[in-house]
Design a protein around this ligand. Structure first.
Ligand SMILES: Nc1ncnc2c1ncn2[C@@H]1O[C@H](COP(=O)(O)OP(=O)(O)OP(=O)(O)O)[C@@H](O)[C@H]1O
Length: 239
């Protein structure tokens, strides 16, 4: 579903992502790990077609993102790190707007909006303006816009960031439920999250892939050790 081939990105003369390659199949939930500044968001932005790679490409649902980013965007739901939205709109208005941007017209906009609201449990705040929502609810609105067109691929940049423990569990359950028919890439700093929902781990450090394996294989590197101890032994922080 996703094939990342030698992706690289240099900002000015500073390499942020260096020759990253991996594949994600339907049903996979790939945990994308790495310290701050490792290049996770940059890689995700290149896969979604929001950022042009310096070298390499990604094939998403058969489309090459460097040649046809619009075709890729149609297949992808993307939750950016700080989910942007229009604070003065209500949740309902914002999702109708997204539905329109996704090509739904008139009354056809309502079923996908209703579905996204149901999946992300936003019914109680449907007619509240986004700027008045708590951080967790704002995050759910970001999630709802990513899911709205029922994309085959979900790219989620720290989807549980800012959520309380119950909400984190809810979002994890939702990702697991959705992943049976989708390819999901999620970045996170919460290593337990990877153990709880991911079937693959990619760890990048200084823009390079240093681990591509299952959570069980990752744990087996140091049996009995905490996951963050294993993480620390494999990475160097940019900060
Ligand atoms: N627009 C930009 N211009 C210049 N440098 C950038 C830009 N975006 C990111 N970088 C740099 O590229 C490197 C990778 O950043 P990126 O945001 O991809 O890392 P990350 O792994 O997502 O980090 P975090 O976990 O903190 O979100 C960092 O050194 C960052 O400062």
């Amino acid at each position: 579903m996703i094939e990342v081939k030698g992706l690289s990105k240099t900002y000015g003369n500073k390499p942020a992502v260096r020759d990253v390659s991996f594949k994600v199949e339907r049903g996979d939930i790939l945990g994308f790990l790495g310290p701050n500044g490792a290049g996770k968001s940059t890689t995700m932005k290149m896969i979604t077609g929001f950022l042009q790679p310096t070298a390499g490409t990604a094939i998403v649902g058969g489309h090459d993102v460097t040649r046809d980013p619009v075709a890729v965007k149609r297949q992808v739901g993307y939750l950016p790190e700080s989910a942007p939205s229009y604070g003065e709109m209500t949740v309902h208005e914002f999702l109708l707007f997204i539905a329109e941007a996704r090509g739904f017209r008139g009354a056809n906009r309502l079923p996908p909006v209703d579905r996204a609201i149901r999946l992300t449990h936003l019914e109680s705040v449907r007619h509240q303006t986004i700027e008045t929502l708590s951080k967790g609810y704002k995050q759910r609105v970001g999630f709802a816009q990513a899911l709205l067109h029922d994309p085959a691929v979900l790219i989620l940049d720290e989807p549980t960031d800012g959520l309380d423990p119950n909400q984190k569990n809810e979002v994890r359950a939702l990702i697991k439920e959705l992943a049976t028919e989708k390819a999901v890439v999620l970045s996170t700093h919460i290593l337990e999250e990877v153990g709880a929902i991911c079937n693959r781990i990619i760890l990048i450090s200084e823009g390079r892939v240093v681990v591509d394996e299952t959570p069980a294989e990752f744990q087996a590197r140091q049996p009995g050790a905490r996951l963050d101890t294993i993480f620390a032994s494999l990475t160097t922080s940019d900060v």
